[in-house]
Design a protein around this ligand. Structure first.
Ligand code: NAI
Ligand code: 15L
Length: 264
């Protein structure tokens, strides 16, 4: 891999990628709307709004892969999501199509399927059931990825990330947690694979209580090393038992499913 573009590089996962993917590509091109630390060795830093089509066209030149993390990462007003997540992701795919068709890892979210009940086990064929306007934008990103693969051969892994933090932060995350280490090995597996087409998969560690199957993606050879189980006692001791009639407990999306959106 010569040059890997990371959008959203100033964010939580962007910073993890900047550190964790050092040396994986000859050059990491790091981009965000927000300011970033200056470029170090083998880095390029490009401040850019994903909603700016001309800027994104330049951004996507001469790259061999894209980790697309940039955008709004929680529920927000539609007009803001429209710019960052809808227009921004469209601009990125147009840039990719016109600039050599690099493979894309699209940071989708569990909130694309958050209105499935926790008792339902999901796989790649499970229907989209977004739990928020934010989740709807991730469903759109997955649809865009499917379309660009079918029509233009731009390959994407749409990764429905669970909860990627240093450690799980609550009882729900005992099911949804993905360790940063497993995320880094997954990114490498995605870009090392001979081909992916459009592949929908789940970004989750090897948790005992996970709700999602990646059996269909075994060909990637990704074997998550971590499990949330080591944190279970600590989290259960620090929090009250879940009330099973609470929508945030019934649905996989947790609080995203139980709270409204921002329109009047
Ligand atoms: P974050 O909010 O920390 O980072 C997102 C970055 O995107 C920010 O630095 C922000 O400045 C940038 N951004 C927003 N609008 C932009 C625009 N118009 N142009 C350019 N950059 C823009 O989010 P985080 O946690 O790092 O997540 C990264 C991606 O992964 C997001 O797309 C999020 O939806 C997705 N994701 C993350 C999960 C997690 O557990 N952290 C779970 C599921 C999905
Ligand atoms: C997401 O999509 C968010 O970006 C992240 O901040 C977490 O809330 C995560 O989902 C989650 O469901 O835990």
């Amino acid at each position: 891999m010569k040059r890997l573009l990371i959008t959203g590089a100033a964010g939580n996962l962007g910073k993890i990628c900047r550190e964790g993917l050092k040396g994986y590509a000859d050059v990491l091109r790091l981009s965000d709307l927000a300011p970033m630390d200056p470029a170090g060795p083998n880095e390029e830093v490009v401040q850019c709004d994903l909603a700016d089509r001309a800027a994104v066209h330049e951004l996507t030149k001469d790259v061999d892969g894209i980790v697309h993390l940039g955008g709004i990462s929680i529920e927000a007003a539609f007009d803001d999501l429209l710019q960052a997540n809808l227009l921004g992701t469209y601009n990125l795919y147009e840039g990719a199509r016109k600039n050599g068709k690099p493979r894309i890892l699209f940071a989708s979210s569990n909130h694309a399927i958050g209105f499935h009940k926790r008792t339902t086990k999901l796989d790649e064929a499970s229907e989209q059931r977004p739990d928020s306007l934010y989740g709807v934008t991730k469903c759109y990103g997955e649809a865009l990825a499917s379309y660009y693969n079918d029509k233009f051969d731009v390959e994407t892994v749409s990764l429905r990330i669970g909860s990627c933090f240093d450690k799980p932060r609550n009882r729900r995350m005992l099911s949804t947690w993905m360790s940063p280490r497993d995320f880094m090995s997954l990114i490498k597996a995605v870009f090392d694979a001979p081909m992916t087409g459009h592949l929908v998969m789940y970004g989750v560690s090897n948790n005992a209580s996970k709700w999602w199957s990646n059996d269909h993606a075994a060909f990637l050879g990704w074997n998550p090393q971590d499990s949330s189980e080591q944190f279970r006692a600590e989290i259960e001791a620090a929090s009250e038992a879940e009330y099973r009639h609470d929508p945030a407990v019934i649905y996989q999306g947790g609080p995203f499913a139980s709270t409204g959106h921002f329109e009047d």
